[in-house]
Design a binder for this molecule. Structure first.
Ligand SMILES: [Zn+2]
Ligand SMILES: [Zn+2]
Length: 255
């Protein structure tokens, strides 16, 4: 059995749970431990199974709660060396490990985490594909532009938490200051809805089954636009829009 769910997704915090019968990993710790526990309980995931927490980059929405989550649940936190150094001292967890972006990390007998470097305005940003019981689950968010490496990792995924951050028209006509609009839209910002779908159209594995639209902007996107864009994909895939302030669906796949 494998299970996965989003516990938080977007600029107010990010945390994704991926596991099997006996073990699990978290990707990012951007919510407080209290919220993390509440949502884990609501959705029915067992926090005692978590063996590691992987940090994608040092932005607040990915690290805000990791020290307390790590401490309270005795979970080692994995960083790239540069990301760890970029984190202020008081946010650093005691129990940490450094991953090398070129190598996978075996965190449990049937769970292996594959990091890859991505384009985003952080010190040393990575995304991850987690292999659990032979299934590949990607967490691919906070990416300005999807390069060949990103496309290659995406193409391995059977399940993907895929950033659909913004609608370009809503962004350009919205209330954000110009510098922020340019940052989001740039090659080191975020993936737009259509950039995300380009990945699906051009690089999806025949075995891709679940697309969970993630890191959706509250200001610069709308669920209706995303629903409309994803409608043609619903025949083929299980589709979900990850909520910002609650856990998403907990999916369980037998086998
Ligand atoms: Zn970021
Ligand atoms: Zn983010």
């Amino acid at each position: 059995m494998i299970e996965f769910c989003s516990l938080a997704s977007g600029s107010n915090g990010n945390c994704y749970y991926i596991g099997n019968e006996t073990d699990a990993v978290l990707i990012d710790g951007g919510i407080s431990n209290r919220r993390f526990m509440d949502r884990a309980e609501t959705v029915g995931v067992d926090t005692a199974k978590i063996r590691a927490l992987f940090v994608s980059h040092e932005h607040y929405d990915h690290v805000a709660g990791l020290k307390s989550i790590s401490h309270r649940h005795n979970i080692p936190v994995y960083f790239s060396a540069a990301t760890y150094n970029a984190l202020s001292r008081r946010k650093r967890p005691q129990d940490y490990k450094i991953f090398d972006g070129m190598e996978s990390v075996q965190v449990a007998p049937s769970i292996e985490v594959f990091p890859f470097r991505k384009h985003h305005d952080a010190t040393d940003p990575h995304s991850f594909v987690v292999r659990v019981n032979g299934h590949h689950i990607g967490v691919i968010t906070d990416i300005g532009v999807a390069d060949e490496v990103c496309a290659e990792f995406f193409s391995r995924c059977d399940v993907v938490f895929l950033e659909m951050n913004y609608d370009p028209e809503m962004l350009s006509s919205g209330s954000y200051p110009q510098y922020l609009k340019e940052r989001i839209n740039s090659d080191i910002g975020h993936l737009s809805n259509s950039q995300a779908l380009e990945l699906v159209n051009n690089h999806a594995s025949p075995s891709l089954t679940h697309i969970i639209a993630s890191h959706i902007s509250a200001e610069n996107n709308s669920h209706q636009i995303i629903e409309d864009m994803l409608l043609p994909y619903k025949e083929r895939y299980v589709i979900e829009l990850a909520p910002r302030f609650a856990a998403g669906m907990r999916y369980v796949i037998e086998g």
